[in-house]
Every structure is written in structure tokens, then in C-alpha cells.
Design a protein around this ligand. Structure first.
Ligand code: ADP
Ligand code: MG
Length: 240
């Protein structure tokens, strides 16, 4: 479903991605871990065409991802993205936030969009907050709204970039629970996270990125339990 081959990306003289290769099949959950600055966000941004790249290739759903191509918006709409910061529309209610995308992009009636948005709010446990405004919600609740908003576009894959890193510790669990439900339902997911418990329990595969290269990749239990590369061992010692 998503295939990255020998991806190279620089910012000026700084080679940020030095030949990253990664493939994700339909229904797979892949966690991307690694130190700050190793290139995790850049990989995600290349996958959904927010960033250009100089070498290698990224394909999604069988099509080359090219930031300047005419169909990049269509391609992007097939992947939902959730960021560390929730980026909700502050002056719109929770329900309006979730309805916004499909109302403007898809040709569905407002009543239908509203029904689906309410069902998504139910799914993330926030139906009773439909009329609230983002500022009235906790960070964890806002992030669950952001997930519902991404799902409203009916994406075929979801990209998460440290979705719980900005949250108070007691709010992390509810967000991870929603992500786990999505994984159980068969959603294809690439998750950048420092939540090693989530990675161990939910990921089919874990990739460890260091200085723009994937230095270790394998089943979650192997990479997190018995890492073979010294850099992975060192990283895990520090985060666990
Ligand atoms: P991570 O998400 O793993 O913390 P990033 O992908 O955000 O890492 O960044 C990788 C490297 O690229 C870092 O050294 C960062 O400073 C640099 N970088 C990221 N975005 C930009 C940008 N827009 N301009 C210049 N350098 C950038
Ligand atoms: Mg990042």
C-alpha cells in the first residue's frame, strides 16, 4: 500500500534521509521510532506529499507521491494524518470540526455527513462533546477529535506523528486506546511514537531510524525486546 525505496532528502547541505526503504502492506501497523532529529517526521511528510525529495521513490496505493503532481490532493485525502499538535479549528464546534472536510470535499448531504461525524465522535468516546469548542476540551479529547476528523475523510491509511507527545501522561491512554481500536479494525497505520508499550502490543513491525537511516527493522518483540544494533539498544535504554 505504501512503498518507500531508497528515499533521499536534504535540507540545504543537511542530508536528512539517507536512503530509507520501507513498505507497508494493507492492514499493517508499523511503528517508527528513533531519537529526535532522526528524520521520522520527514519520512511521514514525504509519504503524504507535504515534502519533496531528491532521490528514491515513494508510492502510495500504487501511485508515485509527487508534491507537485496534479492529483496530490486526491492522494493525500486517501491518507489521514494526525500531528502532535491537534490543529483543530478553534472557532468551530467539535462536530463542525469533524464535518468540515467531508462537507467541502465529498458530495454527500449535510445530514449524511452529520450522521457519520456523530458516529465517529461516538467511536472516539466524545459524542457528548459534539457542541463543545476545542478550548473546552482536554488535550487528549482534542486529539481524539483530530483523529475523528481525519477518519471523516474515510482514509485508507493513517499516519500518526507523535500523537501523544504533547499530552499530560494521564491523557495518553485514551488516545492510544482509540488508535488500538483502529488497528484492530484493520486500518493501515504508520505511527511515529515514543510509546514503547503501544509499539510492542500493537505494531506488526517496528523500524528504528537513526540519522536518516533505518538501522533496525523487524517484528516488535524482536526490535524492542532483543535489538541487535548498538544504536537501538542505546536508544531503548534511554526511553524505557
Ligand atoms: P524527527 O521527527 O525524527 O525528530 P525530523 O524529520 O523533524 O526529525 O527532522 C530531521 C532533521 O531535519 C532534523 O535535523 C531537522 O532539524 C531537519 N529539518 C526538518 N525539517 C526541516 C526544514 N523544514 N528545514 C530545515 N531542516 C529541517
Ligand atoms: Mg518529528
Amino acid at each position: 500500500m505504501i512503498r518507500i525505496t531508497d528515499l533521499q532528502k536534504s535540507f540545504g547541505d543537511h542530508r536528512v534521509l539517507q536512503g530509507v526503504s520501507l513498505h507497508v502492506d494493507a492492514g499493517e501497523v508499523v511503528c517508527l521510532i528513533g531519537p529526535s532529529g532522526s528524520g521520522k517526521s520527514t519520512v511521514l511528510r514525504c509519504i503524504n506529499g507535504l515534502e519533496s525529495y531528491e532521490g528514491g521513490e515513494v508510492t502510495a496505493f500504487g501511485r508515485r507521491v509527487d508534491r507537485r503532481s496534479a492529483d496530490i490532493h486526491t492522494l493525500r485525502s486517501r491518507m489521514g494524518m494526525v500531528f502532535q499538535r491537534f490543529n483543530l479549528f478553534a472557532h468551530r464546534s467539535v462536530l463542525q470540526n469533524v464535518m468540515e472536510g467531508p462537507l467541502f470535499v465529498k458530495r454527500e448531504s449535510a445530514a449524511q455527513v452529520r450522521r457519520e461525524a456523530m458516529a465517529l465522535l461516538e467511536k472516539v468516546g466524545l459524542a457528548e462533546k459534539a457542541a463543545a469548542f476545542p478550548a473546552q476540551l482536554s488535550g487528549g479529547q482534542q486529539q481524539r477529535v483530530a483523529i475523528a476528523r481525519a477518519l471523516a475523510m474515510k482514509p485508507e491509511a493513517m499516519l500518526f506523528d507523535e500523537p501523544t507527545s504533547a499530552l499530560d501522561p494521564e491523557l495518553v491512554g485514551d488516545v492510544l486506546a482509540v488508535m488500538r481500536t483502529l488497528a484492530d479494525e484493520g486500518m493501515t497505520m504508520i505511527v511515529v511514537t515514543h510509546e514503547m508499550g503501544f509499539a510492542r502490543e500493537v505494531a506488526d513491525r517496528v523500524c528504528f531510524l537513526h540519522s536518516g537511516s533505518i538501522v533496525e527493522e523487524g517484528r516488535a518483540a524482536q526490535v524492542l525486546g532483543t535489538p541487535t544494533h548498538a544504536r537501538t539498544q542505546d536508544f531503548l535504554r534511554r526511553v524505557l
